[in-house]
Design a protein around this ligand. Structure first.
Ligand code: F6R
Length: 242
């Protein structure tokens, strides 16, 4: 695992966007695995700037997202589909037909999850971008006694509901379940790039990097990936560096 130290969130975002840009430049028809949440927002802003400056072309890029809340339509302003459109897709020349995310409204959850795994397998991700939850989750793979490999429906933990309540009008509005790419879906990516910012992630970052590989800290599985880069800012590195 490679660790890149960033000064702050702005620096982290520029560094992450530079790595993603290099993938798009080297392989214009690449497959990007994308994440939502606050961690990648700055990197998405930097990618939009590069697109607007004429430096990047997304016309042949495909995107496959990590997760979606159960029960939210893609038009709902708290859905991850909406997040991706407003933070990235609407501002670059990616083809909407090439942007994939599980449907939060499917009436066939098993079929939807199996189809998502077939899609991931057919596409093959070139770079998977990740954040990390304060409990060590990646995607919505919550701490568990086993690593769940495939796309599945997960009941969110109290920690995750509390952490994500800041995006909703109140805590009761946070959906209790989500569809998430599983650990296989994440680990099959050729490269992984994780962005970690802020002191609320400092303890779990140390655990993920230096603790045992343990499904109770889902992100620790990344220790087994052959090409994983973590970009962390000073606040996130505080516990590791102590
Ligand atoms: C988002 C996702 C989550 C987030 C994690 C961190 O698609 O899958 O694992 O990356 O919850 O969220 P933020 O970045 O908001 O702290």
């Amino acid at each position: 695992m490679k660790l890149i130290r960033a000064k702050d969130y702005a620096d982290l975002s520029i560094k992450a966007a530079n790595i993603i840009s290099s993938v798009v430049t080297l392989k214009p028809d690449c497959v990007l695995g994308l994440a939502t949440g606050s961690s990648p927002v700055g990197a998405y802003e930097e990618l939009v700037k590069k697109y607007q400056a004429g430096v990047l072309d997304f016309s042949r890029v495909k995107a496959v997202n990590l997760d979606e809340y159960v029960g939210l339509s893609k038009e709902h302003d708290q859905s991850y589909a909406y997040f991706m459109r407003t933070n990235l897709f609407d501002h670059i020349n990616i083809d909407p037909a090439n942007c994939h995310i599980p449907s939060g409204l499917t009436d066939d959850p098993e079929g939807e999850c199996a189809a998502y795994d077939r899609l991931i397998s057919d596409l093959g991700t070139d770079l998977q971008l990740l954040g990390i939850g304060p409990n060590g989750h990646i995607g919505f793979n919550e701490p568990d006694s086993v690593f769940l490999p495939h796309t599945h429906c997960v009941t969110l933990t109290e920690t995750t509901i509390n952490a994500n309540a800041r995006f909703f009008a109140n805590r009761d509005e946070v959906p209790r379940r989500a569809y998430t790419m599983g650990i296989w879906g994440i680990m099959q990516a050729k490269r992984i790039l994780m962005v970690v910012s802020g002191s609320s992630k400092a303890a779990v970052l140390k655990e993920m990097l230096t603790g045992p590989v343990d499904p109770n800290v889902p992100a620790s599985v990344l220790q087994l990936h052959p090409d994983c880069t973590v970009i962390a800012d000073r606040d996130a590195l505080a516990v590791l560096d102590r």
